[in-house]
Design a binder for this molecule. Structure first.
Ligand code: TRP
Length: 371
């Protein structure tokens, strides 16, 4: 048995991504698929070049359809319960790239019931207010208002519920118990929830009156909802959605997933410059115990959170990334300098993000979908 566990409500241990793909029946993104994607998009984002988005379900089929002139739409989402951290942004970065390159419509689900049902200590009202902040962060990523729809489940429920019950009828309690590890004490809202998350994967087809291919960028913990829902959506006569999977951004302490449940393991989009500097100061590096040893033996960029943040997010240029990795490996860049530089880079990013976010509120209405 692998010594890690991944589901939407719990990630434990050191995630073996290839093993996860194998266990879940995902295909790895290979150079052939990469070449096709580059051909249609004109470029490849570093998230794919570096295999951070590394696996898929039927991305090849999406490109077949595109080749035939059958355009796809994008679906992703965010279950609000707190402020967003940079790890939460990866699927949105991909969605935005796909929108730009393929002129794809993007549907963004804000399941405001999900964390309310799944966790203790939240009210629907409290969730609603953080959700509004989350939505501003998402809009600030640069989505086009004309091609983007954002909806709260509780505001778009009338439209969604008609489809959700169709999905729910094909999912048994025992399937959900197995998939999510729920016991008999699980509340029934949580049990039903997968059918709500399934709906936007074929909603465009319902609206259009004919099938439209759907591509879902997500982090691997969300795959299981769609492993269940894809078959059901097929049974309902719609195209099964295709999926493209990202690895998790690591936590500051080196955990597989940046997470809010552990103090100081995440960089929030709202963190001040001082907080960022302090948190990065405490991040795990791949370096030796002393400066002298580091100079002599060098460090390990794969284990170094600082190097990985450049890799996942903050250094789009492959040559510059290589120089950073080489400096870590060769012992020429010591932890203090390395961290100070990253903190500065993150703060530049966050300052820009917050400026865009401040302007997002006035555009909010043009993005929101309700019944
Ligand atoms: N369940 C996701 C979360 O916990 C939110 C979500 C809803 C989602 N629909 C999605 C994520 C589609 C990826 C794709 O944040």
């Amino acid at each position: 048995m692998p010594d890690f566990h991944v589901d939407p409500y719990k990630v434990e241990g050191v995630v073996d991504y290839e093993q996860f793909a194998k266990n879940s029946g995902l295909k790895l993104i290979d150079s052939e698929l990469e070449a096709r994607l580059r051909k249609y998009a004109g470029e490849l984002p570093f998230l794919i070049r570096r295999r951070i988005f590394y696996a898929h379900r039927e991305l090849d089929w999406i490109l077949d359809q595109y080749e035939k002139g059958n355009k796809f739409y994008i679906y992703t989402g965010r279950a609000p319960s707190e402020e967003m951290h940079i790890g939460h942004l990866l699927p949105f970065v991909m969605a935005k790239w796909l929108q730009e390159r393929f002129q794809a419509e993007v549907y963004i689900q804000i399941p405001d019931e999900e964390k309310f049902l799944a966790k203790e200590g939240y009210t629907l009202e409290g969730i609603r207010s953080v959700a509004m902040d989350n939505i501003l962060d998402i809009i600030a990523m640069g989505f086009k208002p004309k091609l983007t729809k954002i909806f709260f489940d509780t505001d778009y429920a009338k439209t969604m519920y008609r489809q959700a019950v169709r999905v729910a009828k094909h999912i048994t309690f025992s399937t959900v118990k197995d998939a999510f590890g729920f016991g008999n004490d699980a509340n029934i809202g949580k049990i039903f929830y997968t059918s709500m998350q399934a709906v936007p994967a074929f909603m465009k087809s319902v609206e259009a009156g004919h099938n439209v291919p759907c591509l879902i960028p997500l982090a691997i913990d969300q795959d299981v909802h769609f492993r269940i829902a894809r078959d059901v959506i097929g049974k309902l006569g719609h195209y099964k959605p295709a999926i493209i999977h990202t690895k998790f951004l690591p936590g500051l302490n080196g955990d597989s997933k940046m997470s809010s449940s552990i103090g100081d393991n995440a960089i929030y989009l709202t963190d001040s410059e001082e907080e960022v500097a302090r948190k990065i100061g405490g991040a795990l590096t791949g370096q030796q115990a002393t400066a002298a040893l580091q100079r002599k033996l060098g460090g390990n960029p794969d284990r170094c959170v600082v190097c990985q943040y450049y890799n996942y997010f903050f250094e789009p240029d492959d040559n510059k990334l290589k120089a950073i990795f080489d400096a870590e490996r060769g012992g020429t860049m010591l932890a203090g300098e390395h961290k100070a530089h990253l903190a500065e880079t993150i703060n530049k990013y966050l300052n820009k993000h917050r400026a865009k976010r401040a302007k997002a509120a006035e555009k909010l209405d043009s993005f929101m979908l309700r019944d």
